[in-house]
Design a protein around this ligand. Sequence first.
Ligand SMILES: [Zn+2]
Length: 522
Amino acid sequence: MGEPFPGYYSYKYHPWCQEVADSVAPFNSIMKAAQMGVTEVAINRAFYTIDVLKRDVLYVLPTTVNASDFSKARFKSALMQSEYLSNLFTDTNTVGLKQAGGVNLYIRGSRGDSNLKSVPVSTLILDEVDEMNQKQIWLALERLSGHIEKNVWALSTPTIPKYGIHKLFLQGTQEHWMFPCPHCGRITELIWPDCMEICGDCLEDPRCKESFLKCKECKHKLNHEEKPEFLKKGFWESTAAESNSDNRSFYVNQLNSFTVSPSEIVQAYFRGLLDEQAATEFHNSKLGLPYLGEGAQLTDEIIEQNIKNYSKQDNRPDAGGTRFITMGIDQGKWLHIVVMEWFITEPSRDLNAVAKGKLLWEGKILGAEFKCLDRLMYEWRVLACVIDADPEINEARRFAKRFPGYVYLCRYRRGPSGKEISNQADDTENQILIVDRTNWIDCALGRFHSQKISLPMDLSREYREHLKSLVRTYIKDESGNPQARYIDTGVADHFAHAQTYAEIGLPLAASITQNQPIEAFL
Ligand SMILES: [Zn+2]
C-alpha cells in the first residue's frame, strides 16, 4: 500500500473493513463516508475472486473515463506493488479487460452504451453506485438473479434518501459499526452530533480545533489518537427490523476515521451552515448519510402556496390579443403539455428572473396524436412552443414545420454552461435548441419556491406528483468537482419537463415579438 498507510495492507486503520471483506453473503452493500478504505476492500475482493475462486469479475465505475482511470491508476499500482499479482495477470494491455489465465476482470463504466448486460459474470462490483446510470445497475442486478453462485458488492457515498446506495442499504441488514466504550464499557457507536463536542461557533473561530469526540453514553472524551485501540474491538450490528443474512448492508461514517480529525468534521459542519452544496457534502461525504437540501425538492405545501382562485377551464385568449403565452411539451407514450402566460413588469436582460408566470392549462394527449397539438396552438394563441426533440423527432419536426418560427425542438445537455441556449442546425437543417438541464429546471422550479407562479385550483394530481419527483443534489464530475444535478428517481417526471420547456419558451417568445436575437433576453 502507498500513502497514507504505507506497507502491507492491514485492518489496523480500517477495522470495520475486515468483516466486510470476509462476508460470504451473496449480496453486500456499503453506504459510507468518503475515504473509509472500502474501495480497497472491493479491489481485494476482485483479486481474491480471480485468484482463489477462479471466477470472472465485472468491476463497474460510473463512467467510461472513471473506468479507464481506475484501470490505469488503481489496478496498475496494485500490480506494481505486488509481484504476486503481476504474475497472476497474463494480459493487462486492454483497458477494460484484464486476463489472469482463463479468468477475466472486466472494468466498465455504467453510462453510455457500455452494455453491462452482455458481460457474463457471477461477481459484480459496483463502485460509487449513486453516480451511476441507475437503469443499467438494476438491469445488471436483475440479470445476476438467475445465477446460483452470485456475489454482488455495491459501495458508495450516498446522495439522496431512498436512492442508489441508500435504497440498497434499506433492503439489507443495515449494520452499524459498534464498539465498547473504553470508559463506561457500554456498547456504542460514533454518530453526529451526539458524539461530538463542538467548540467555536463558526468556521473562522480558532476554537474549532479544540472540538473532540465523546461517548454518547457516558460523555467521556474519546481520544482521536486512541481510535486504533478502542475501535479494534468493534463489530457490526444489524439495525433492521427483519434481517436476511443473504443481504448484508453496512454503514460507516468519518467520525470513525483515523485520517480525519474531529475538528475537520466540525469545520465541514460550519461550512454547511452557509450553503447548500457544503451542507450536502457534509452529510454525504462526512456523515455517509443521504441528504435533501431545503430547496432540493418541491413539496405539496410549496405547490399549495401558489394556487390562486381560477380554473384551467377559464376563457381562452382572444384572437389578435397581446398576451404572452408559451407552451411546453414533453414527449413519450403521452404528450404532457403545459401552457403558461407571462407577465413582465420591468425590463431586464434576464427575462426569466423577473417574469411572473401563470399556468393556464396542463394536460396530456396520446403520443400518437401529434395533430391535436395544432388545435392547442390556435386555442391558446401560443407565441412560442418548445417541444422535447425525442423520441419522435420526425413527428416533432413536422409539427414545427406547420408553425414555422413558433415551434422549437429542444434537447438537454449536461455541463457547466449556464442559461445559454444554443441553436444548432442538425443534418436536415432543422433547428434544435440545446439547453443546460440543471439551469433550466432550476429556473422553472425556482419560481415555485419564490412564489413567482400562479397555479389553477383544478391542478391535476399527476402534475403535482411529476413536479415533486425531480430531486436536486450534487454529484462529483470526472474531475471530482461537485455539480448540481436533478436525479432521475425512477418516478414519472414528464410535467416537470413540460414546465421547463414552457419556461424556455419565454425568451423565445420575447425574441419573436421584439424581433431581436434570443441572447438579448437571457
Ligand atoms: Zn462511555
